[in-house]
Design a protein around this ligand. Structure first.
Ligand code: ADP
Length: 676
């Protein structure tokens, strides 16, 4: 086995690979770009090497820099993860020339599967079923049109060198063919530098079912069952599951054996995935083979109790596969949802920014379950932490949320629970969309096909809903709670502890008191009228007045509103109230009357961290006199120093952080009593 490997990737997959290495006692070397100096994958590896600029082509795609980093650190092998250099045959070859083990298939296998057309020719000879179509060398438009006419419309045009759905065009009729061909060729040329195309019969309502295969250097090859990845948007997977609903033992074997035949036809070694497109009647056809670990491999790990990265490492080190086909057991049902920083209502546009607040359901990071026993019900593979940034340079994935249940219904219920507990502020996310998707009729009843999202568009993308009264009440409760904490502090600090003015129980001179809080949701203003009536309070919103009470318990705000009791969470970021209620996230802006009046911070200096980072020097002490502009604290963030200075003359009230402590963006670092 290896002593040290380099992980030529970033984000969740780099962390995932590192987790297995740690368990096996293998040292890890991370590589990172300018944008990733503080990234989680750098923190979880034993060593890290800076390899260039933020753009992937300046760092993670640089073959020379990655090989050089491995050489310099004495790594014996390179795990490429997925994406980036993972299916780049030149990289695999460069590893071999440098005397490094590429943890992946042989160069020839990558090459053979790299071109969709060439792969199809090979599969044809290996008797793997293919979608009716044309994948030959002749590319004259008239010839291709004649082929399409013969296949029968609709047909699908694909870039031979393709991937990621790029270049794909559905052609509905002969009249549309020429224009679609030209557009497919253009995109193929610009994305892959190769304008060759292939034609396939376009299947209506197909399912995407893929088989995980594994082969070693000793001639063994087996399949680790299937994954159903039919739920896609724009040909990108959104939900994945294993096993595939409705799969029979007989078909599983037929698909598994076809996948093994496909792998053996190219002399495959390591982990690979053979993707099939399947008709509703179960007939299936080879689409392509991905010669790497897939994003969705955790669902296979969940149902088999195996660690696929461990298998990759063992196989790459020359060991035989640890199990035989007949020893593999499929246990329970697993679902994976890709949690993304994106805006589903705006065509899934990526959302960038700082993860100011991140709370997840109780979960394990990757852990190997025992083969055949129940794994942990929830697993989260994440490459980012609270305070990290989703940058425009890379895939905006926040995490993969994977759940396991004894059957599909249990897995589905656990997924809904887990999604409801996933709370993110700072970027837009697809969490609410994922929940609607998981709960939707077609998904819940496993009526799956690749057009599910499109076909159920109206139900999955409902019109914006008005904020519920309970969410407004939670925001009001959070606001009151903050005020009370502040008042209590003042009370404790005050010289006259018995002064009624310092009480924090809503006491007022006349016993009755009314107050209006205003929250804006986009362009809509909501008035929330609170009334303290001596022994109880009411809250009026949207024309209804209801008894109101709250308390903080078990990390949540417990709310009584009228005769209902519910709970939720509120993250307060300045005047922005992020309310998490019933699996939804509402962003409300509090209209602070005092802030409006004052228009500025006033004399009470609030000194907050401008970005997440580490305190490297504290220059002030409690009780110390300071003058405006005096440096008080020095922070380091993004490899740069930031000095926090006194906004006014005064006295240091409190220093809240010490040297070496990590602080979140917006955290108060110290407080200052301004001079009169
Ligand atoms: P890429 O490599 O670009 O991702 P694939 O060949 O893997 O392209 O296909 C991606 C997706 O496109 C599939 O998962 C499926 O949803 C759809 N698709 C591919 N081929 C067909 C086909 N012949 N008929 C219908 N849908 C297809």
């Amino acid at each position: 086995m290896f002593d040290k490997i380099l992980i030529a990737n970033r984000g969740e997959i780099a962390c995932r690979v590192a987790a297995t290495c740690r368990r096996l006692g293998i040292k890890t070397v991370a590589v990172y770009s300018d944008a990733d100096a503080q990234a989680k994958h750098v923190a979880v590896c034993d060593e890290a090497v800076h390899i260039g600029g933020a753009a992937a082509r300046d760092s993670y795609l640089r073959v020379d820099a990655v090989i050089d980093a491995a050489r310099r650190t004495g790594a014996q092998a390179i795990h490429p993860g997925y994406g980036f250099l993972s299916e780049n045959e030149a990289f695999a070859a460069a590893c071999a020339s440098a005397g490094l083990v590429f943890i992946g298939p042989p160069v020839e296998a990558i090459r053979a599967m790299g071109s969709k057309s060439a792969a199809k020719s090979l599969m044809e000879h290996a008797n793997v079923p293919l979608v009716p179509g044309y994948h030959g060398a002749e590319q004259a438009p008239e010839f291709l049109q004649a082929q399409a006419d013969e296949i029968g419309y609709p047909v699908l045009l694909k870039a031979s060198a393709g991937g990621g759905g790029k270049g794909m065009r559905v052609v509905e009729s002969a009249a549309d063919f020429k224009a679609a061909l030209a557009s497919c060729q253009r995109e193929a040329q610009s994305s892959f530098g190769d304008d060759r195309v292939l034609l396939e019969k376009y299947l209506t309502r197909p399912r995407h079912i893929e088989i995980q295969v594994f082969a070693d250097m000793h001639g063994n090859c087996l399949y680790l069952f299937e994954r159903d990845c039919s739920v896609q948007r724009r040909h990108q997977k959104v939900l994945e599951e294993a096993p595939a609903p409705g799969m029979t033992e007989q078909r599983r074997r037929a698909m598994g054996e076809a996948a093994v035949a496909a792998a053996q036809a190219v002399g495959y070694v390591g982990a690979g995935t053979v993707e099939f497109i399947a008709n509703q009647d179960g007939s299936f056809y080879f689409m392509e083979m991905n010669t790497r670990l897939q994003v969705e491999h955790p669902v296979t790990e969940m149902i088999t109790g195996l660690d696929l990265v461990e298998w990759q490492l063992r196989v790459a080190a020359g060991a035989p596969l640890p199990l035989r086909q007949e020893e593999l057991r499929l246990h329970g049902h697993a679902l994976e949802a890709r949690v993304y920083a994106e805006n589903p209502d705006n065509n899934f546009l990526p959302s960038t920014g700082t993860l100011k607040y991140l709370r997840t359901p109780a979960a394990v990071a990757f852990e190997r379950g025992a083969h055949g026993s129940d794994p942990a019900p929830v697993r989260i593979d994440a490459g980012v932490r609270e305070g990290d940034t989703i940058s425009p340079f890379y895939d905006p994935m926040i995490a993969k949320l994977i759940v396991w249940g004894r059957d599909r219904a249990e897995a589905l219920a656990r997924m809904r629970q887990a999604l409801a507990k996933y709370r993110v502020a700072g970027v837009a996310t697809n969490i609410a969309f994922l929940d609607r998707l998981v709960a939707s009729e077609p998904f819940a009843t496993a009526d799956l096909d690749t057009g599910l999202i499109e076909r159920h568009h109206d139900a999955l993308f409902p019109a914006a809903q008005p904020v519920p009264a309970a969410a407004l009440a939670l925001a009001a409760a959070a606001l009151l709670e903050r005020e009370q904490i502040r008042q209590r502090k003042q009370y404790l600090d005050s010289t006259d502890p018995h002064s009624p003015w310092h009480q924090h129980n809503g006491w007022r001179l006349n016993g009755h008191y009314e107050r209006t809080l205003q929250f804006d949701q986009d362009d809509t203003r909501h008035d929330v009228v609170l009334a303290y009536l001596g022994d109880h309070s009411t809250l009026a919103v949207a024309g209804r007045t209801l008894p109101f009470a709250y308390r903080h318990e078990q990390g949540a705000l417990q709310l009584t509103l009228g005769d209902t009791r519910t709970q939720g969470h509120v993250h307060v970021d300045g005047a922005t109230y992020h309310v998490f209620y019933e699996g939804r996230h509402w962003t409300l802006q509090w209209h602070d009357p005092l802030a409006q009046q004052a228009g500025h911070e006033g004399g009470e200096g609030k000194l907050t961290a401008p970005m997440p980072g580490k305190v490297i020097a504290v220059l002030a002490e409690k009780g110390g006199k300071v003058t405006k502009g005096m440096p008080l604290i020095v922070m380091e963030a993004m490899k740069m120093e930031h000095t926090i200075s006194a906004p006014a003359d005064g006295e240091i009230d409190e220093v809240l952080y010490g040297v070496g402590e990590q602080v979140q963006e917006g955290a108060q670092l110290l407080s200052l009593k301004a001079a009169e």
